[in-house]
Design a protein around this ligand. Structure first.
Ligand code: G6P
Length: 362
């Protein structure tokens, strides 16, 4: 196993470092002259659907939430997101002209598979975004876009999340093209950003080292809030989930603008707030949300591009002109922050207690 880790301490760490290569694989053959190509889908197939439902569990559900912002913005397709275990039992009313898509790393998650079968039984066409070819979910779906993340061993998902968000982003652009919803300018901007993700997800030694040193300050306290807005809200959920999974510390992801409706009552110096503060997306809004928390003495860890006087600690990321690039660079920070805290606590990062890589029972 040591050899398989290629010098890294944990599979999760190795997989975090692999994300740049994964992104290159995902884009291979998919950016052409006319825009995005997804050859696994029949030509014009998407045109027949008036909406899409995305259904998943865990980290894959967070990718789905991110995808909803992208699909509505770029493809202008009404998008709904469902947690598979809830969806199955709530007698859902499905749009008969909608597409039902599931997202799964393993392709074997029982709740997601059953949700897919339920939608098929109602006569809907289905799409699987899945990392494992010939898995149960791939076999049950009408069509599949394989994620191309490679084998993921760490129980806490890293590179599969990247691959899921990338697949959803590609789908949103591809569908936007098909529906003629994308101006030439927007398409060019998206393609340019796609080509730069590889750089944004590359681990910077400076940042990893900083997270290693910073982690010792955050081993106590009564919990973490990860806050963000827009696509940085699902990313905040994912950052909190990573920390919970491997450090066993209490962490919650929250939409930054919603803190004032309850959670701000928890704010004090022992409440650690990890604030996702991109430059390219609602910057002033998130800043004022963080100001409110800081005024109540919360300890602020800001992930941001510039100096921010209210932050107790800053993790600096590079500035980009596209939110998805800031998204991916912050994602790596959150993965490594969770990793470094868990390692300091002496936990087995690859085999967290009580968790399984794939949950094939209810
Ligand atoms: C398990 C794993 C999670 C994963 C979830 C969904 O709980 O521990 O990391 O996100 O299942 O798995 P899937 O394979 O369907 O993406």
């Amino acid at each position: 196993a040591a050899a398989q880790k290629e010098g890294f301490r944990y599979f999760m760490e190795k997989e975090t470092y692999e994300q740049s290569a994964v992104v290159s694989d995902i884009l291979t053959g998919r950016i052409g002259k006319g825009g995005i190509r997804l050859d696994e889908l029949p030509a014009d197939w998407l045109k027949r659907f008036s909406s899409i439902t995305l259904c998943a569990c865990g980290t894959s559900y967070h990718a789905a939430l991110t995808g909803a912002y992208l699909l509505e913005r770029l493809a202008k397709v009404p998008t709904r997101v469902e947690i598979a275990s809830e969806f199955r039992y709530r007698e859902p009313i499905l749009d008969p002209t909608g597409l039902f898509a599931v997202i799964s790393q393993s392709g074997e998650t029982a709740d997601t598979l059953e949700a897919l079968k339920l939608a098929s039984a109602q006569g809907l066409e289905t799409l699987a975004l899945c990392n494992v070819d010939n898995s149960s979910i791939v076999r049950a779906a009408s069509h599949t876009v394989l994620l191309r993340a490679g084998i993921e061993k760490g129980v806490a998902s890293t590179k599969a999340f990247t691959a899921q968000v990338m697949a959803l982003w590609l789908l949103a652009i591809y569908w936007g093209q098909a529906r003629s919803e994308l101006s030439e300018e927007t398409l060019a901007r998206e393609l340019d950003a796609l080509r730069r993700v590889r750089v944004a997800v590359k681990v910077q030694p400076r940042v990893h080292d900083r997270l290693h040193r910073l982690s010792k300050r955050y081993l106590h306290g009564h919990g973490f809030f990860f806050i963000g807005r827009d696509i940085f809200y699902p990313l905040a959920l994912e950052g909190a989930l990573k920390l919970k999974e491997i450090s066993y510390l209490h962490a919650e992801g929250y939409p930054a603008g919603e803190m004032k409706h309850g959670p701000i009552a928890l704010a004090d110096a022992e409440l650690f707030t990890v604030a996702l503060m991109p430059r390219s997306c609602l910057h002033e809004k998130i800043k004022s949300n963080v100001e409110e928390l800081s005024a109540r003495d919360a300890t602020i860890v800001a992930i941001t591009t510039e100096y921010f006087e209210l932050a107790d600690d800053i993790i600096q990321i590079r500035a980009y002109d596209h939110p998805m690039l800031e998204f991916f660079e912050m994602m790596v920070v959150l993965q490594l922050l969770a990793l470094e805290i868990a390692v300091r606590l002496g936990n087995d990062v690859d085999m967290p207690r009580n968790l399984a890589k794939s949950v094939t029972v209810e």
